[in-house]
Design a binder for this molecule. Structure first.
Ligand SMILES: [Zn+2]
Length: 152
């Protein structure tokens, strides 16, 4: 069975084995769906494929942490709600002055056995009320720990 990889934009390219027709499908709502799927092409071919989310795996979490805006000396408490290899989504627990493109220093602990501490720089991508989405922008010294954490 052919494996189809989901890219960072949550798109998967399904290629018909018979005619080669390629279809981009949005996998956003397939996250916890079964990993083996059936496709039907416009040529009539029905084929099976499996979906691999490895490159863009996200995990729903609830981890307490804190942030600091480097230059403004502002800091606050956060709850990390969503983690991936590329970034983080968190809820801010107070009034905040975070805006898009800000660089924040983020610190939180994973709830794994080692209680690994993640302390890194992130760049804010979006802000919606108390919720903030950001991508990791510092060196990823925690990469292997985070990768393992996301897979378990
Ligand atoms: Zn086809």
């Amino acid at each position: 069975m052919k494996t189809v990889y989901v890219n960072d934009a949550n798109q998967a390219s399904i290629i018909c084995p018979k005619c080669g027709f390629t279809k981009e499908i949005d996998m956003t709502n397939f996250k916890n769906a079964q990993k083996s799927l059936k496709g039907k092409c416009r040529c009539g071919e029905v084929f099976g494929f499996s979906i691999e989310f490895r490159k863009n795996y996200r995990k729903k979490v609830r981890l307490a942490g804190e942030y600091r805006i480097n230059r403004k000396e502002k800091k606050g408490e956060i709850i990390v709600e969503d983690l991936s290899m590329n970034g983080i989504r968190f809820v801010n627990l107070g009034l905040h002055q975070i805006s898009i493109d800000d660089t924040l220093e983020i610190k939180f602990e994973l709830d794994n056995q080692m209680r690994s501490e993640i302390n890194t720089l992130v760049q804010v991508v979006w802000v919606k009320d108390q919720m903030v989405g950001a991508k990791f922008s510092g060196p990823k010294s925690f990469k292997s720990e985070l990768g393992f954490y996301l897979r378990t």
